[in-house]
Design a protein around this ligand. Sequence first.
Ligand code: PMP
Length: 407
Amino acid sequence: MSIQVNAIRSLFPILHQEVNGYPLIYFDNAATTQKPQVVLDALTQYYEKDNSNIHRGAHTLADRATHKYEETRESVRALIGARESAEVIFTRGTTESINLVAKTFGSKFIQKGDEILISTLEHHSNIVPWQMLCEQTGAILKVIPITDAGELVMEEFEKLLSSKTKLISIVHASNALGTINPAKKIIDAAHAVGAKVLLDGAQSASHLEVDVQELDCDFFVFSAHKLYGPTGLGVLYGKRELLEAMPPFLGGGEMIREVTFEKTTYNTIPFKFEAGTPSIAEVIAFKPALDFITSTGKTNIHLHENDLLQYAAELLQDVKGIIPVGTAAEKIAVYSFTIKGMHPFDVGQLLDAKGIAVRTGHHCTQPLMHRLGLEGTVRASFAIYNTRAEVEVFAQALAKIASLKNK
Ligand code: PMP
């Protein structure tokens, strides 16, 4: 393993604390990751030294803030391999990015009778905006089924795809099960029938190499807070020709070229989609998070997290009562499971009592849980700063918990 986990851990102050009398083990990284000191420093420094509104060029502080804000846009462009930074739009998060596309691309290009494809694996934020759009337009939402292991049934996907399909909006990596979807195959098949593809990269952006040009996806969305960055900030990548053809999302300052009471003309991309004062501090503090990811290396991150996933699966495979949920061949480091005879919430509470933070419940994927016949699962999700020693403590704690109901 080429990464030095202890050196990495020392960059994250929050990890060095006790919870309920035990050293914190933070395994809720799919919900949000912790932030390195450089991100915290950048937030403080912005407010101490540079706080100013951007793109108004009035004075030195405004210039500094604008420059730093735009530097992050360039770093995001580099991270996802976009052709140009104008194709990178800052939003409040994955949820807002998807809603933006549903409202703008949707209102212009989706009509009655058109079909939108999603999958059983989707997060609510990649279901509800499309349902709302279908209600407004009379378009039809279709769902790609999954196998019991949590993989898309590709033959069914091909059957659902037709010239009526206008958009496929699909998760790149599942937050609930970890499944990595065959994005490139889906995109190529979609383009063959003239459909556009939105990839929900909320869970893939920090764990997998993503090159939007190579993938040829039309939209790619993710949230900064899952990439060691601040909350309240997301990204929408879109191909220039699509973003230019789409109407604006919110109206207000910054997104205009000229306003009269009779008519308003709009700014060029990306500003057309960034109405009002954005999350300036958060954007600026996202850059050191991106630098951290780049300097650590996505391949190293994926290898390390995958090692933890394999190790957890290995330690827990013979523990009586533990039932893994989601066993796709290609996964990010999400270990979802249930314990026979126990409610996931109770398992979460018992782990919390030992300082171990996991997620329990439906993970904002109620239709997926329904498909699996479950109310919810317990989910441990790993990040670059987690260790094999933590996995061992987790496995020991779980074995004890499982033994309460599984003799
Ligand atoms: N999609 C997926 C796959 C997710 O994991 C999440 C966050 N759990 C979202 C969308 C929504 O992200 P946010 O809450 O940051 O908007």
